[in-house]
Design a protein around this ligand. Structure first.
Ligand SMILES: Nc1ncnc2c1ncn2[C@@H]1O[C@H](COP(=O)(O)OP(=O)(O)OP(=O)(O)O)[C@@H](O)[C@H]1O
Ligand SMILES: [Mg+2]
Length: 361
């Protein structure tokens, strides 16, 4: 990896003696789209505030392109933030809002004009200069906030849950727009969300947070296919997580049977958990299935049916299927060895990576 644009090294943040960030280390590579994903209160905004320079770490160091910046104030950093509530000035029009930071920097008027026009063009709001903020829709306000941040030509753009106030359709549209904008400009984006679908759709890299720690980092596909533990598997997408025993490499026991799988590197008969994604499961005739299940309920979700079944051990299985099932009826449940993902209890991300590497070679 080339020199990271931002690097956190063992960053701890305490508020009133309480740790909010416990020991956070990561590298951010220039020009990529990063997402901090985690539930409310896990420390996402706190990380953004430290990157932006609004807050200092209690312990540990923050580097910007190799330079330590722990004590560099926000206005001296090449970082801009789009806040969750946009923080626009309601008494100013669109133009004045976007021009605000440039006026503070005392740029000449013609330069301000050029930069504001360019920024508004980027977010497709050319022609809206004179509109009052209160005369703009939620999605348009959001784009004004992005234009205001972009007008300052930051190296890094921080976006704190910028889409959470929008309805579903607009939100999806803005996801495309933000992703395209990031590709076009090549600026590093650090985006915060607690919505896993949004994180999977938009990011080059995701950091999954829990309780002031990064529990797993990687590409959306890596994190979706190979969550390191129950927390990540549960947080990222719908999953079936079942207690199991790793009989030996490539053989795992759950729901009363042994199953071939592709994982290994555990102790013989180690207690583990397995994850099976609902879209990897199919319902078939009892004789043709690996596990026998009874359908409890089903919901139509537009693209598929979400079918909840129970096996004879009482494990619940969620199946996504384009075909309807019959509640109360017994079916066979089927899956392939590569659909079974085995997780150890309490394995760190480093140990997980090392085991995978040694086992897959
Ligand atoms: N200035 C502060 N003083 C004291 N505690 C704070 C302060 N700012 C944040 N906290 C606490 O730190 C923890 C993490 O807060 P943070 O705002 O980073 O969470 P978050 O992940 O952004 O959550 P959300 O998704 O709800 O925005 C919370 O428990 C919060 O109450
Ligand atoms: Mg927050």
């Amino acid at each position: 990896m080339k020199q990271p644009i931002i690097s956190f090294q063992n960053v701890v943040k305490n508020y009133d003696g309480q740790p909010v960030l416990k020991n956070v280390s990561f590298d951010i590579e220039e020009g990529k789209f990063y997402t901090l994903l985690g539930p409310s209160g896990c420390g996402k905004t706190t990380i953004l505030r430290i990157i932006a320079g609004f807050s200092e770490p209690t312990k540990g160091d923050v580097y910007f392109q190799g330079q330590k910046v722990n004590h560099i104030p926000a206005n001296k950093r090449q970082v801009n933030t789009v806040f969750q509530d946009y923080a626009l000035f309601p008494h100013m029009n669109v133009y004045e809002n976007v021009a605000f930071g440039l006026k503070i920097k005392k740029l000449p008027a013609d330069q301000i004009d050029a930069k504001v026009k360019e920024a508004l063009q980027m977010v497709r709001l050319a022609g809206f200069e004179k509109r009052g903020i209160n005369e703009m829709s939620g999605g348009q306000r959001q784009r004004v906030a992005i234009a205001r941040a972009l007008a300052n030509e930051p190296k890094i753009l921080l976006l704190d849950e910028p889409l959470s106030a929008l309805d579903h359709k607009l939100r999806t549209e803005m996801q495309y727009e933000l992703r395209n904008l990031q590709r076009k400009l090549g600026i590093t984006f650090i985006f915060v969300t607690h919505d896993q679908e949004e994180a999977l759709a938009m990011s080059d890299e995701i950091f999954v947070l829990n309780n002031g720690n990064i529990v797993q980092s990687g590409s959306p596909v890596d994190i979706y296919d190979e969550p390191i533990n129950h927390y990540v598997a549960d947080f990222i997408g719908e999953s079936n997580i079942v207690k199991a025993t790793m009989v030996r490499d490539e053989l795992v026991h759950f729901a009363g049977h042994n199953f071939a799988c592709v994982d290994g590197g555990m102790r013989p008969n180690e207690a583990v958990e397995v994850v099976l994604r609902p879209e990897d499961l199919t319902l078939t005739m009892v004789e043709a299935g690996k596990i026998t299940v009874q359908v409890q309920t089903q919901l139509f979700r537009g693209v598929h049916y979400e079918i909840i079944c129970q096996d004879q051990d009482g494990n619940e299985w969620m199946v996504h299927s384009t075909r309807k099932a019959v509640p109360g009826k017994t079916y066979g449940l089927n899956f392939e060895p590569e659909d079974i993902h085995v997780m150890r209890f309490n394995e760190s991300e480093a140990d997980f990576d090392a085991r995978l590497e040694s086992y897959e070679d």
